[in-house]
Design a protein around this ligand. Structure first.
Ligand SMILES: [Zn+2]
Length: 388
């Protein structure tokens, strides 16, 4: 009897608890599974942080900064659709070499030196391409610090970097800190450090007109990213909706990628990097559509770079395996591939952690150390090859 009397009460409590739990579950699921965001929501999510002074997350101050350089030679190599300059800052004298053919004709002629006899140069030439994806400002911070180091032997923290400067002086360094200034200007948080993957989705690739994330790789399925179905234009893109990593290199859509490729063509760098960022450990990616020898060279560089990061207690990824192109989803022929095909350079993409809450958790200082360690490994790699 008592049992019978109790059961309806128990059932009601159980039902209520079940309801509460499923509501809680739905809230948790929604929090983890947000598939969109408005611009206002995205702005509100930017944490109140003290971004350190050595961090460079915007292009606004670059022209004034570069006017003051005493050692570096600065020029504007392109103007973005938004009217912003793309800079080239060079250190070290250019060594004149005879050129009889463009790179691919020289290769066809079985004589790479007809394009440029790189072995005849005394110093290696290294090309650094800063963020062509505007939210990936870790490379901008790294390169503006490298410029400061080449000027003063200190980074922007005031830390002595005379060894890195001495290494840099054994090379010709070509630095394009701002590969996509429109995208960088649109990136209002100035850093994703301490933020979440959903913030990266909003600022990185942007939204459709219904505020859902474009996401990766879907954000690459419409290019240029323009039209009625687009919402917030992600920082991947310049103000005309062009992603310089995937410009049409044989019939250019935007000004940034062709300007970068022109520098590569004229300078014939030995080594070139396109600096990007992601949520995981620092990673040197396998360059696609390049020769087996170039892949092997970049593999050796990756080993050297990861060893340096390990020595310094910094995170690092795993060394890629050389491979041929193909399969269901072959690699794209992107800016990194194009740099090889116009100049014969060992070119690669570097992915640095943003310091998101998910994935590889690093702070501002560590991100700068990762960038500078990569540059050091690159310079060492080329100096040693020259000695062989
Ligand atoms: Zn990127």
């Amino acid at each position: 009897m008592r049992l019978e009397m109790c059961w309806p009460g128990r059932t009601a409590i159980a039902t209520l608890l079940l309801l509460v739990f499923s509501l809680l579950e739905m809230t948790v699921a929604n929090a983890a599974d947000v598939n969109g965001m408005t611009y206002e929501q995205a702005k509100q999510r930017v944490p109140q942080r003290q971004i350190p002074k050595f961090w460079i997350g915007d292009v606004a101050g670059l022209p004034a900064r570069f006017e003051k350089l005493t050692h570096g030679k600065v020029r504007t190599i392109a103007v973005s659709p938004g009217g912003r300059p793309v800079h080239l800052v060079a250190y070290g004298r250019a060594e004149k070499l005879e050129r009889k053919a463009n790179f691919n004709s020289a290769i066809g002629g079985r004589e790479p030196a007809a394009y440029m006899n790189k072995a005849a140069r005394k110093k290696p030439v290294i090309l650094f391409i800063g963020p062509v994806h505007g939210a990936e400002v870790e490379g901008l911070t790294g390169l503006v610090n490298l410029i400061h180091i080449m000027e003063s032997a200190e980074d922007l923290r005031g830390k002595n970097q005379s060894e890195l400067r001495a290494l840099g002086r054994q090379c010709r360094l070509l630095i394009v800190p701002d590969g996509n200034p429109d995208g960088i200007a649109r990136f209002e948080p100035r850093s994703l450090c301490g933020m979440e993957l959903n913030d990266l989705r909003f600022w990185g690739q942007g939204t459709w007109s219904d505020d859902t994330f474009c996401g990766w790789p879907q954000s690459k399925r419409q290019h240029p990213m323009v039209g009625d179905n687009t919402g917030f234009l992600g920082c991947y893109f310049n103000d005309d909706g062009i992603n310089p990593m995937h410009d049409e290199f044989f019939d250019p859509m935007g000004p940034e990628a062709p300007a970068i490729l022109k520098v590569a063509k004229e300078e014939g760098p030995d080594l070139a990097v396109s600096l990007h960022s992601h949520s995981n450990n620092p990673a040197i990616l396998r360059p696609a559509y390049v020769t087996a020898e170039i892949q092997q060279d970049v593999r050796l560089l990756a080993q050297r770079c990861y060893e340096l990061l390990a020595d310094r207690g910094l995170p690092y990824g795993s060394v890629f395996k050389a491979a041929t192109e193909g399969g269901r989803n072959p690699s794209s022929f992107n800016l990194t591939s194009a740099m090889y095909h116009i100049s014969g350079t060992s070119s690669f993409t570097f992915e640095c952690p943003h310091g998101l809450k998910e994935g590889c958790q690093v702070n501002f200082e560590q991100i700068l150390d990762i960038q500078l360690s990569l540059y050091e490994a690159m310079i060492q790699h080329e100096i040693e090859k020259k000695k062989l």
